[in-house]
Ligand binder design. Structure first.
Ligand SMILES: [Zn+2]
Ligand SMILES: [Zn+2]
Length: 305
């Protein structure tokens, strides 16, 4: 049974320090590399991988649920999904996006829009504004994946995991990943946001996202009003739709507070169980292979949001 104490233990506080530490470190290193004219993509990649490894290590030290550290027939699906996203889908989107942008410029050229509006602002201010706006796009992309049945068919894959641990962060249908990219990041490429601002956004948010699904018994206190922490995201994976249709935030939780979907219990954020909603459990092949799950999304009997 989960202890619902309003007070945090020493280990919970210690585990909670991981998030601000990695965010601060990632952003600091990014700014140093930028000032030195170094490879920014590499700085983001290192921050992402190091955070993921730290999350996996911290799960062993301070698990929220011991049983979530044991594979439940889901490891192959999560590894397959991660490989497809990281090695195929993400590089493909980065390759195609500039081609599409150039094609669109033949009809309407928006490349100077960003430079005119924000381009002269200090870098950190640009980063702040762009982060808020990309997060707004991600918030609505995620929320619509819950509210529109045709998108829920894609998003059910992410919610089908029977446990929460660092690696199932990367269990996402490729089309779900693509739609989110199209709604959140692509418009900023279209209006000419410089690469260092977009990479700065990733340096700031990737550490948050890599910790978001961690099986970590952490208390984040006031940071729960800023970041989409693993405490908050646990509600989002509840099997009860009333609890799960909340905390849609990608890295920030601001837009949930603005649009009334923020869910946070100061004592303990402990849904009874995580996984698909009851309405989808009977139809979705949660135990099937990654390939079968990919295809099942297009079955008329797939899922109910
Ligand atoms: Zn969701
Ligand atoms: Zn999630």
């Amino acid at each position: 049974m989960q202890l619902k104490s309003p007070f945090s233990s020493g280990s919970q506080v210690l585990a909670g320090l991981l998030l601000p530490a990695v965010v601060a470190l990632s952003l600091s290193v990014f700014l140093l590399v930028r000032n030195a004219g170094g490879p920014l993509e590499l700085a983001v990649l290192v921050a992402t991988v190091v955070t993921l490894l730290l999350a996996m290590g911290a799960e062993r030290l301070w698990p929220y649920r011991q049983e979530w550290n044991r594979a439940q027939g889901d490891l192959a699906t999560d590894v397959s999904s991660a490989v497809v996203l990281v090695a195929m889908v993400d590089p493909l989107l980065k390759y195609l996006a500039p081609i599409v942008v150039v094609a669109l410029y033949a009809h309407f050229n928006l490349s100077g829009l960003y430079a005119t509006v924000l381009g002269q602002w200090p870098f950190l201010l640009q980063l702040f504004v762009v982060t808020l706006l990309i997060e707004l796009g991600r918030y609505w992309a995620h929320r619509l994946h819950h509210q529109l049945p045709s998108l829920w068919w894609l998003h059910a894959m992410h919610h089908s995991s029977p446990r929460l641990y660092a690696f199932n962060n990367l269990r996402l249908h490729p089309l779900n990943y693509g739609v989110s990219f199209l709604v959140s990041v692509f418009p900023f490429i279209l209006i000419g946001v410089p690469a260092d601002v977009l990479l700065g956004y990733l340096a700031f948010t990737q550490p948050v996202v890599m910790l978001q699904h961690a099986n970590l018994n952490a208390r984040h206190g006031l940071l729960n009003y800023v970041f989409s922490t693993n405490e908050l995201h646990r509600w989002h994976h509840s099997t009860k739709a009333g609890e799960a249709n909340s905390n849609y935030g990608h890295a920030l939780i601001l837009w949930d507070q603005v649009f009334g979907t923020f869910r946070y219990c100061k004592g303990a954020n402990a849904p009874e169980s995580v996984g698909l909603f009851a309405s989808s459990q009977a139809r979705y092949p949660a135990g099937a292979s990654y390939g079968a799950q990919l295809v099942s999304m297009f079955s008329r009997r797939c899922c109910v949001s």
